[in-house]
Design a protein around this ligand. Structure first.
Ligand SMILES: NC(=O)c1ccc[n+]([C@@H]2O[C@H](COP(=O)([O-])OP(=O)(O)OC[C@H]3O[C@@H](n4cnc5c(N)ncnc54)[C@H](OP(=O)(O)O)[C@@H]3O)[C@@H](O)[C@H]2O)c1
Length: 386
């Protein structure tokens, strides 16, 4: 069976790179994401066939379309089908599927092949071999890749669709940050932590978790709309543009002074970076003694540099994460609506506008997590929340 799906090809990347050779900042991701056709695999005994209802735009697609980390489309043989966060309706189940039935609403996770401890060695629809993504009208996936969508959690369908990739990432980063900090400083010495996150969907969820556990949470971002949303949820905010996005040393110093003033000189016990580049240095500059810096992203730079002596003296831990275990992704889903209340961009994009959604994400003009409605008709089970 052939269905409509978006693809990224090395040819499309090369054509766009050649078009903007004089000014690579003009690179248009929407010219690379192309509506294509995909032959769905057969339904095996442990497989589930899905109708995709909604997906979120994710930065790994931007990395793939711009080939800025590695040229992953090339590594995948010249063409890949992206999309590793989806909400769908079950259309059919294989003979041995026990957890789902026809009509169920499900979400995906993107763990593309767990190691011996459950952590992903590969990410689905990115570097997992033969993995086919969900920017498609339908999909066939293994039962193990699905989680029941918590339809009664209080979120809308679009808010639920914002979370399958970002919530497990935030959940994992928070339990690492807290676990590492607690290895060094027990509760009775420091019950309430100062927790900082830099702009973006993962960071806002990370801070919502910290806040829900009674900690002080600070969101440092450029978007005024997003800051206002977070403030309404009890998260303190810092306007990153006031500090010129940390381009100069003086900007970092001023940011450090601001954080000192806000925390009685203590600074931040946990920092969620996700961007690297200038944000990394700023995050380290405001780390409290025994602080922890966590990240699962490298949007602004893959390479970081730090003063090891200084970090040792302050006993700072710099931690790198990739993605949650399958069990962790399930656990994170239990917090939808209770803790995780994502900021969703005000336009829900149409299927035809999926490339534009990614270009606007690339240009950083959105006010929240971008959602694309894939299905024309929504099932009655989600009518009340869409
Ligand atoms: N490993 C994983 O599991 C995983 C999961 C999700 C994401 N990631 C990675 O983590 C990164 C962030 O992902 P996300 O989903 O949280 O992002 P997101 O929701 O798309 O947000 C990215 C944020 O970056 C900020 N930003 C953009 N350009 C900036 C610049 N030049 N300087 C400073 N800040 C800038 C923007 O906030 P303001 O403009 O408001 O400051 C924007 O909201 C991406 O690289 C993504 O690939 C990894």
């Amino acid at each position: 069976m052939t269905i409509a799906a978006y693809s990224i090809t090395t040819g499309a990347i090369a054509t766009e790179a050649a078009r903007v050779a004089a000014d690579p900042s003009e690179f248009d991701v929407s010219r690379v994401l192309t509506l294509d056709e995909l032959e769905l695999g057969p339904l095996g005994p442990l497989d589930v066939r899905l109708r995709i209802l909604a997906v979120s735009a994710e930065h790994n697609i931007d990395h793939a379309a711009t080939a800025d980390t590695i040229n992953i489309a090339e590594a995948r043989g010249g063409r890949m089908f992206p999309g590793n966060s989806a909400t769908g309706e079950v259309l059919a189940v294989g003979d041995e599927v026990t957890r789902f039935s026809v009509g169920d609403i499900v979400i995906t996770h993107c763990n593309g092949g767990p190691d011996a401890f459950g952590y992903p060695q590969r990410i689905w629809a990115y570097d997992a071999p033969d993995s086919v993504g969900w920017y498609a009208k339908e999909a066939v996936v293994g039962e193990w890749q699905l989680i029941a969508a918590p339809l009664d959690c209080g979120l809308t369908l679009w808010e639920i669709a914002a979370l399958p990739l970002r919530a497990p990432t935030a959940y994992h980063l928070w339990r690492r940050a807290l676990g590492i900090y607690r290895l060094k400083v027990p509760y009775e010495r420091q019950a309430r932590l100062n927790v900082l996150g830099f702009g973006g969907g993962v960071s806002e969820l990370f801070l919502q978790l910290a806040r829900s556990e009674g900690h002080r949470a600070f969101y440092c971002a450029g978007s005024a709309t997003r800051r206002a949303e977070l403030e309404a949820g009890g998260i303190e905010t810092i306007d990153q543009t006031v500090f010129n996005r940390f381009h100069e040393r003086a900007d970092v110093k001023a940011f450090s002074e601001e954080c000192k003033a806000r925390t009685d000189g203590v600074l931040m016990h946990a920092v969620c970076d996700m961007l690297r580049g200038p944000v990394f240095g700023a995050g380290l500059a405001v780390a409290a003694r025994q602080g922890v810096n966590v990240s699962a992203g490298w949007q602004l730079s893959q390479v970081v540099e730090y003063n090891s002596t200084l970090m040792s003296v302050k006993q700072i831990t710099i931690d790198h994460a990739h993605y949650e275990t399958v069990q962790g992704a399930e656990a994170a889903t239990a917090l939808y609506g209770q803790v995780f209340r994502p900021t969703v961009h005000d336009e829900v994009y149409a299927w035809e506008d999926l490339p534009r959604a990614h270009q606007e994400m690339h240009q950083n003009t959105q006010t929240g997590i971008p959602i694309i409605r894939v299905a024309d008709e929504l099932p009655a089970t989600v009518a009340a929340i869409s």
